[in-house]
Each structure stands twice: as C-alpha cells, then as structure tokens.
Design a protein around this ligand. Structure first.
Ligand SMILES: [Zn+2]
Ligand SMILES: [Zn+2]
Ligand SMILES: [Zn+2]
Ligand SMILES: [Zn+2]
Ligand SMILES: [Zn+2]
Ligand SMILES: [Zn+2]
Ligand SMILES: [Zn+2]
Length: 423
C-alpha cells in the first residue's frame, strides 16, 4: 500500500483507528460522508517527508501551504505554487497572466499592465494646458500643437508669444499690426504704431486751405494743395485785402472806444504845462503860438471842451499877459444837450507853495452870455477862438510867488452847471 497517482485521481491514505483503508477521491468536496470528513489522515506527501496529520476536512487547507505539494507555475513566472492554488494563481496573481486593456483592446501581461495603463494611447487624458479638453493620449500632442486654445502662439506681427485665445484681443492692440491708411492713400499697409506719424504726412489727407481764416473754402488732399496755392494766388490776395480793411475798421473802432474810455468826463481839468520858459520863449518868436489841452467832458454825456493857452498873450494881453480860453468842441452828445452852453467856467492858476495853506491861487470865472455866438452848438469844424481871459495873469505876476516852479505851471479849468462863480 502507499500513495500513487492513478489516471489523475488522487489516492489518499485513510487511517481509522489501527486500520488503514484507501479512499479514492475525485473531489474532496463531493460525496464524502461527514463522519469520514472527521477521520484522521496524513498529508498526501507523507512519503516525501510531510508529517502533517489531521482531520480529512482540514487536508485541503493544509495542502495550500504544504511545501511538498508545490510545483512551478505553469505560466513560467518562476513561482512555486501549491497545485490546488494553481488555478487561482494563474487567474489572479501570476505576473505572466494575460490581461486585456479595456481602452485599446490589447492583451498584456499583468506585470506590465500598470505601465500600459499609464501610457495607453487610447486613454482620455486632460490637456496639461488646462484648456478643459479631455482627449485620447494619442491625439494630445497634435491637440497641444494645433488645436489647444491655451497653446502659446507667436503674434505674426510683433513675434511676441500669447496664449491662443488672447491673440485676437492682442491683435486689436498690437502696435505692429498692419492697418490700411484711413485716407486710402497709395501707401501699403502701415504698422499701427506708425499710423499717427503717417497721417501727418499722408498725401491723401484732406486739408483746408491755409487761407481758410481769410475766407477760402478750398478743401482737398495734401498733394493738391501746392497747385491750389499757385492757382488761387490772386483770389487769396483779394481775400487778404478784405480782411485787412475789415481789421483796419475794427482797429479804428477799438481806438475810439479806447480813447472814450480814457477821456476825462469830470468837468474839471488840471492842466500841467511843463518847460514853461521854453514855451514862453517860443511864443515870443512865433505869432499866435498857442497851447491846447486834451479835450474833456462836463459829464459822461455832456459838452466836449478844450482849453487853450497863449504864453505870450493874445488880443488885449499880447506881449504882457498869459491868456487862457475855453473852446467848445463838437461832441458826440451835442444833439441831446441844451444850447446855448451856459455852464460856469473858472480858471485857476496854482501857487505851488510848499504848504497849500500858504498858497494864493489866481482864479477867474465867467458865466457865459447866451447871446454870444461862441456858446451856440459848434459846427463840425470849429474855428472859434473860444471865450476866456486875454489878461489872465501878467508876466510880472507870474514871476512872483510859486506860480512857476520847476519850470512848470498848473492851471485848473472847472466847468460847472451851477451859476455860482467858483473861487
Ligand atoms: Zn503536506
Ligand atoms: Zn505564475
Ligand atoms: Zn490600452
Ligand atoms: Zn488643450
Ligand atoms: Zn503683436
Ligand atoms: Zn495715407
Ligand atoms: Zn485757398
């Protein structure tokens, strides 16, 4: 008796008490009576040296670990596998077992399956540029080079690199982007940053004639301007003439407005006569040598007057006295004023004493005689002498006191609507 393999069937020793019987087993799990399963048996590898002995039902568990039961893996992975475990090993743990990739359909050994899964060309993966795309690994490189919206591309105008989906925005601002001249001139496309400079010189820029302010209505492209200047020379001159005469008119209006602003309308004129000795000397050599004051008004809309002075006298005072007169000039408001002129007129020669309290001025006044023609409304070109005092101050008197000081005299002319004689 002993163990032997017969037609692939296992032959097991069965020990029951002192007896030994042989049980032929096709499958240890089938058709075995429970009491038999409880009988004590030796390991089937007793002869090889295994000293295991236990209930029959524990034999299968033992064989999983019995070193006398192992044989080399039938898939040549090199591992020693208990025979009973071989099926499991080949199906679940043998590194040489074949596994099928669900993605590409290829069969690979379990040993390299993990590596394959990490590189399978059919696995959908996220684009590394974070564009949101998930595509099979085999297409990813083409995607990143040609399709990815987050790929870097160089602007073809300025060569700087931009993320693809911002390129359009960049193009709308890129300083090197080529644009057409808005004037449609003959020049080829211009880099955006040069457009401003180009427009300053663009031959097609529509310009106004330089004589626009003078009234020339011509408008045309820059290249036509030179010819316009040549052909319109006469017209431009005429325009200029019109402008000049208009401006002259304006200037004279401004001048009169200005002088009316500066005019004295107080009815009082203090007339300073400097270089008195030279003027007296000159008057002695020239007949009817006469000094005239600046015109002044009795009020803003009043009579226009002027004083005259003969240093060497006039009429009754000739050669001996200083004579003073008032003359009525044609004024702007004469039509509105009462005539004859009837204001009181007074002349004062100042004594330029150091202290005004010690001064003794010379004063002469008159109330106009309404019958005197010099007080009628004056004509446009007055030639009237006026009215006043031929013997205002004698030359002798002038030398006294401080009537002449620093070769200067002061005469005040006061024109007053009241009839009170001023002193
Ligand atoms: Zn054993
Ligand atoms: Zn194996
Ligand atoms: Zn695969
Ligand atoms: Zn992408
Ligand atoms: Zn650019
Ligand atoms: Zn242009
Ligand atoms: Zn012009």
């Amino acid at each position: 008796m002993g163990d032997r393999a017969k037609n692939g069937q296992s032959v097991r020793y069965h020990q029951s008490g002192r007896e030994r019987s042989i049980i032929h087993m096709v499958d240890p799990d089938l058709g075995i009576e429970p009491e038999i399963m409880g009988s004590l048996v030796y390991c089937i590898h007793f002869k090889d040296g295994c000293r295991w002995m236990d209930e029959l039902k524990k034999l299968k568990g033992h064989l999983n670990t019995c070193k006398y039961d192992a044989i080399p893996c039938t898939s040549q992975c090199g591992a020693m596998i208990p025979k009973l475990m071989m099926e499991d090993h080949l199906m679940y743990t043998c590194p040489n077992r074949r596994l099928k990739c669900e993605l590409c359909g290829r069969e690979v050994t379990a040993e390299v399956f993990e590596d394959h899964m990490a590189t399978c060309q059919y696995e959908p993966v996220h684009c590394e540029n974070k564009c949101g795309c998930k595509i099979q690994r085999r297409f990813i490189s083409t995607h990143r080079q040609k399709e990815c919206t987050k790929r870097l591309v160089a602007c073809r105008f300025c060569n700087k690199e931009f993320v693809y989906d911002t390129l359009q925005l960049h193009s709308s601002k890129c300083p090197r982007y080529l644009v057409l001249c808005p004037n449609r001139c003959d020049s080829s496309k211009i880099a955006r940053e040069n457009l401003e400079f180009h427009l300053k010189e663009c031959p097609s820029l529509i310009m106004c004639c330089g004589f626009k302010e003078m009234g020339c209505k011509f408008k045309g492209p820059r290249f036509a301007m030179e010819q316009h200047m040549e052909t319109a020379g006469k017209a431009h001159l005429l325009l200029m003439c019109g402008v000049v005469s208009h401006q002259q008119h304006q200037i004279s209006n401004l001048c009169s407005a200005l002088s009316s602003l500066a005019v004295n309308t107080s009815g009082v004129l203090v007339w300073r006569i400097a270089d008195y000795s030279q003027k007296l000397a000159e008057a002695k050599t020239k007949e009817s040598y006469e000094l005239s004051s600046s015109p002044f008004y009795t009020s803003q809309y009043g009579y226009k007057l002027m004083a005259t002075l003969f240093p060497n006298g006039n009429g009754a005072g000739e050669g001996t006295h200083l004579s003073v007169y008032i003359r009525i000039l044609p004024g702007e408001y004469d039509p509105l004023l009462p005539w004859p002129f009837s204001h009181t007129v007074s002349f004062t020669l100042y004594d330029q004493a150091n202290s005004p309290a010690k001064a003794t001025n010379i004063v002469e006044s008159f109330v106009p005689d309404p019958s005197w023609e010099n007080f009628q409304r004056p004509s446009k070109e007055p030639n009237a002498l006026g009215f006043g005092f031929p013997c205002f101050v004698s030359h002798e008197m002038l030398k006294k006191r401080n009537f002449v000081k620093d070769n200067t005299i002061y005469i005040k002319i006061r024109v007053d609507p009241s009839k009170i004689i001023a002193v």
